[in-house]
Design a protein. Structure first.
Length: 284
């Protein structure tokens, strides 16, 4: 399948497992769903921008990547070389449609952009096996393994959106776990899918802000790994605890993303879908 997006049912997909969850739920392939109006203290989200979901088709596509702040793989290679050689000035960033970035850096995990108080990681296009193999321990029946191609790279938040970030944009903090001095760095929760759309609409121009699709989320979570988790569970995820925890205090995955597993479940853009019988129109 190429850039699949679930379209069935009234519910929206949630991924990643939460702070109170059992270990069996804190896996890259685990998928649940929730009504888009639900607000619970274990459910948050992370930002996405660019990618196939933001990219126009047909005659508009030729000039769109740089006009819309999107990148193709050649652009990324040039930018990474420029950053290594410390020659990535403002003119070059504007040329490649990333003039929106307040800061662009390169580290051991890849390309990172900073904008409006958010850190975004560049997720390259690629292919992977979505879902869990039949012999994966605690595999559920709604996790059939199938090949997926992510046709365009995209930006994804380095962490779930925090309470401080939500407060800065929306002017109020809906979270349950907002006591103590460290609340600003805990993930925002008690936000519905619908609430997230309102948040996205208030973010600055220059990027097409959105939630990740379910396929993008799992692709980014795995970051080239093929096991149930991208590291030892206790090293990478907060789970089986009594509240949310500070973001980015467990180990990141190979692409520099924190808390993809545990801490809060994360809303995805998609409706639920039965990937054992994908809808018509998806190319295998």
């Amino acid at each position: 399948m190429i850039d699949p997006v679930g379209t069935a049912g009234p519910e929206r997909v949630i991924r990643g497992g939460g702070w109170f969850g059992q270990a069996r739920l804190v896996r890259a392939a685990c998928r649940l769903a929730s009504h888009p109006g639900n607000r619970v203290e274990s459910l948050g989200f992370r930002l996405a921008a660019g990618g196939a979901e933001s990219h126009p088709a047909g005659d508009e596509a030729r000039d769109a990547p740089r006009k819309a702040g999107l990148l193709d793989q050649d652009d990324v290679g040039i930018l990474m070389d420029a950053l290594r050689e410390q020659r990535a000035g403002d003119a070059l960033l504007r040329r490649f449609g990333v003039g929106w970035a307040e800061r662009l850096t390169l580290d051991q995990h890849g390309l990172c952009a900073e904008v409006a108080g958010f850190r975004l990681r560049w997720i390259p296009a690629g292919e992977f096996l979505m879902g869990a193999p039949e012999d994966e321990e605690e595999r559920e029946g709604n996790e059939p393994q199938h090949p997926v191609r992510i046709s365009r790279g995209f930006w994804l938040g380095e962490t779930p959106v925090t309470q401080a970030q939500w407060l800065d944009v929306m002017g109020a903090n809906p979270s349950h776990f907002r006591n103590g001095e460290d609340w600003p760095s805990r993930p925002v929760e008690q936000v519905s899918w619908d609430d997230c759309q309102g948040f996205l609409e208030r973010l600055p121009d220059g990027l097409t802000w959105r939630l990740p699709t379910e396929a993008e989320w799992e692709y980014a979570c795995r970051a080239g790994t093929t096991e149930a988790r991208y590291g030892q569970l206790e090293d990478v995820a907060w789970f089986g605890v009594d509240s949310t925890m500070l973001v980015a205090t467990k180990a990141p995955n190979p692409w520099g993303l924190y808390d993809m597993l545990g801490n809060v479940w994360e809303w995805c853009a998609d409706h639920t879908e039965d990937w054992s019988a994908p809808p018509a129109g998806f190319a295998p």
